[in-house]
Design a protein around this ligand. Sequence first.
Ligand SMILES: Cc1ncc(C[n+]2csc(CCOP(=O)(O)OP(=O)(O)O)c2C)c(N)n1
Ligand code: SF4
Length: 300
Amino acid sequence: MEPALQGVVQTRADRPEPLLRCGNTNCGGCGMSIGLNLLSHAIADRPIQLVIPACCGIVTAGAFPFSAYGAPTVAATFAAAAAFATGLAHAARINGEKTRVICFAGDGGTYDIGMATLSAAAERNEDILYLCYDNEIYGNTGGQRSSATPMGAATSTTPLGKDVAKKDIIAIMAAHRVPYAATVSLAHLDDAMRKLRFALDQKGFRFLHMLSPCPTGWKSEPADGIELLRLAVRSGLYAVYEVFDGYKTVINVEPEMSDAALERYFAEQGRFRKANLDVAKLREAVRRQWVELRSRVTAG
Ligand SMILES: Cc1ncc(C[n+]2csc(CCOP(=O)(O)OP(=O)(O)O)c2C)c(N)n1
Ligand code: SF4
């Protein structure tokens, strides 16, 4: 095991088989694969069921009757993963099972087409863990823009760069007053593992957001995914924080607000090449984002 992982993740012996098996179809360097491997370590021997809507994550499973997932997995419709998970969670409760039901969905299935059922399940405080891996595009169908795509990113439907800002999904989920909502950086293992384990063991609706590098859509080097996440956190672009009961906000990693990190984050991804981004304006947008986030900490 890499020294950096020692003491943070558990060994494979804690889980009879990995959540993501070998032979899956994910691209090399896929952040979603890294997220699934961390989730696998966090789950350890807890009984789980996965619900996955249309997204790269369900293509990962492969063709029935085979599956690359080392756990029972339901393929849900694009719009209704949270509703499928609700049914499974109720069935588990009625049967007296300790199964954690985990929705694992992309940003398209979360921010856009699954939003109605996600909002409904959150409002009812259903006993599910909803984990959105956000690669900021509809990766599975050719890289169209979603409402999670950041300003300036070129996609197959915004070839010159998107001119609308990304939705604030944690604020949306917190506004439902769910017990727990948090962002997870795959580059900050201690914090990521703590949040995954905490969310697995809580009751009620838990929401995790995982920024997920996608070399195919981001036009970045497969080996650079974790470094891009570090740059996103250091620059302040990706805030690492958690919200309890919809109001108590805790910042987990203080950003350096580094301009060099901001510039490198954009320079190392081909999707921003045509955008002609103004670093001063970007810095100002990040600064405003942090003023707002810190005001939520104070208000809580
Ligand atoms: C109702 C409906 N519309 C469109 C599709 C086609 N479709 C399947 S996956 C997908 C994109 C999923 O994007 P996202 O949720 O961001 O996950 P990713 O593919 O990026 O992992 C689309 C548009 C579908 N399956 N169902
Ligand atoms: S398109 Fe992106 S999210 Fe989908 S499998 Fe490839 S790298 Fe992963």
